[in-house]
Design a protein around this ligand. Structure first.
Ligand code: NI
Length: 188
């Protein structure tokens, strides 16, 4: 089942998400729905707050960008309670978008190499060093679990320049070709 994607301006995107425990009911159904939602909107990652659930759950399928970024080829991940450790100071700037901010793309500077610790859908622990665009996707999605979105990383000047576009999302004055949930104060 496709779930509506909560858009920028909705308070759930600004909450610190809660740790998930093995007794969480309906997890496999939720993961299935999150993948379906992500594929339908042509995203490569989706975090639970984006479907209105303030829980530390992320799905990623980076394979569609595998031609440009070999580290992404064949990488499909379920991240429960992920934790990121920065490995060194190298930072790279690239364009990013987000299903919660339709029609926008901005350059974001992020750490190139991370160590990721997470649990899978069976709550088995994993640890891996990840680099490049896959590390970027992971950082973007994990930001959602802290109540952050990628435009929080852009300069005040740049943010000023896209102010009208952001307001249009918050106010519900945009068209989106996947199911969405606007902020409560949107005038629809
Ligand atoms: Ni996002």
């Amino acid at each position: 089942m496709k779930l509506p994607v909560y858009l920028y301006g909705h308070p759930v995107l600004r909450k610190q998400a809660a740790t998930v425990t093995p007794d969480r009911e309906g997890l496999s159904e939720l993961l299935k729905n999150m993948f379906e939602t992500m594929y339908a909107s042509e995203g490569v990652g989706l975090a639970a707050p984006q479907v209105g659930l303030s829980e530390r759950i992320v799905v990623i399928d980076a394979d569609p960008v595998g031609e440009n970024f070999p580290e992404c080829a064949g990488r499909k991940l379920v991240l429960i309670n992920p934790e990121i450790e920065v490995l060194d100071g190298e930072r790279v700037t690239r364009g990013e978008g987000c299903l919660s901010l339709p029609g926008l793309s901005e350059n974001v500077t992020r750490t190139e190499h991370i160590r990721l610790r997470w649990q899978d859908e069976n709550f088995q622990p994993h640890e891996e060093e990840i680099s490049g665009f896959l590390a970027r996707i992971v950082q973007h999605e994990c930001d959602h679990l802290e109540g952050k979105v990628y435009i929080d990383h852009i300069s005040p000047i740049r943010k000023q320049l896209i102010k009208r576009k952001l307001a249009n999302i918050v106010e519900g004055k945009i068209r989106v070709d996947y199911p969405v949930r606007f902020a409560p104060r949107a005038r629809r």
